[in-house]
Ligand binder design. Structure first.
Ligand SMILES: [Fe+2]
Length: 239
């Protein structure tokens, strides 16, 4: 699904197609984790390319509805998030496993390391998955995640976002990115969003409001198309 990143002669790894670099100094954690030596590219083994991409548990019919995983409905603004996954030539990517994870409407993850003093929601786990159909389409129902603080710098807040993981036919083909919402006032101060240096590539991480798919009296819709390769590729994080 994606080629490995290029390496610069100095050993700091650069990126292709507007992907964020491993080292983005304003995003403080990358100062420690960015590789300082050139990467060693290991040859693929047979199991890398033919092994199953995910567990044997089949994707359930409701796995793409994050609002129906518990007894009650989660609090927050119900939304539909949908789009298409295509290759660089606009051809649909079928049968790709898409997994999403996100904070709840108050900006809190269901995770023991999340210490943000915002309420957990017993009706929201914040994770879902689905397979793309023959046209490369996917669809989730969820609630709009809240912004949350993250201590990267003074008064640092992440813009509302949903994390996306895509699998092709094998584990090695995993891609990870984040989807944002249009018009978020926090974009300018977020070093993760801005680690994608190319303005046009950055804009491709922002979903668009979709009135056509919005369901009257029920939920707003946002569209987020994902392009795996080429000039219009969606920026992906290191993985
Ligand atoms: Fe996050």
């Amino acid at each position: 699904m994606k080629e490995m990143r290029e390496q610069s002669p100095g050993g700091v790894v650069g990126s292709r197609r507007g992907d964020p670099p491993y080292l983005a100094p304003d995003y403080v954690a990358t100062r420690l984790r960015a590789p300082k030596e050139p990467l060693i590219i290991l040859p693929s083994t047979l199991s890398d390319t033919t092994g199953p991409a995910y567990g044997r548990a089949p994707v359930g019919e409701l796995d793409n509805d994050l609002t129906r995983q518990h007894e009650g409905e989660p609090l927050g603004e119900r939304i539909i998030v949908h789009g298409r996954v295509t290759d660089g030539d606009g051809r649909p990517v079928r049968g790709s496993l898409i997994e999403v994870w996100q904070a709840n409407a108050a900006g809190r993850y269901t995770h023991h390391l999340d210490r943000h003093p915002a309420p957990l929601d017993s009706n929201f786990s914040g994770a879902g998955r689905c397979l793309t159909d023959d046209e490369g389409r996917y669809r989730f129902v969820t609630v709009k995640p809240g912004a949350y603080p993250w201590k990267n710098h003074h008064n640092a807040w992440r813009p509302a976002h949903i994390h996306f993981s895509l699998f092709g036919e094998a584990f090695r083909s995993r891609l990870i990115t984040q989807m944002y919402f249009p018009g978020d006032p926090l974009f300018w101060q977020d070093p993760i969003f801005n680690s994608v240096r190319d303005e046009k590539a950055r804009q491709r991480l922002i979903s668009s409001f979709d009135l056509e798919t919005t369901v009257p009296e029920w939920a707003l819709a946002y569209r987020f198309d994902i392009v795996l390769e080429g000039r219009r590729a969606t920026p992906m994080e290191d993985h």
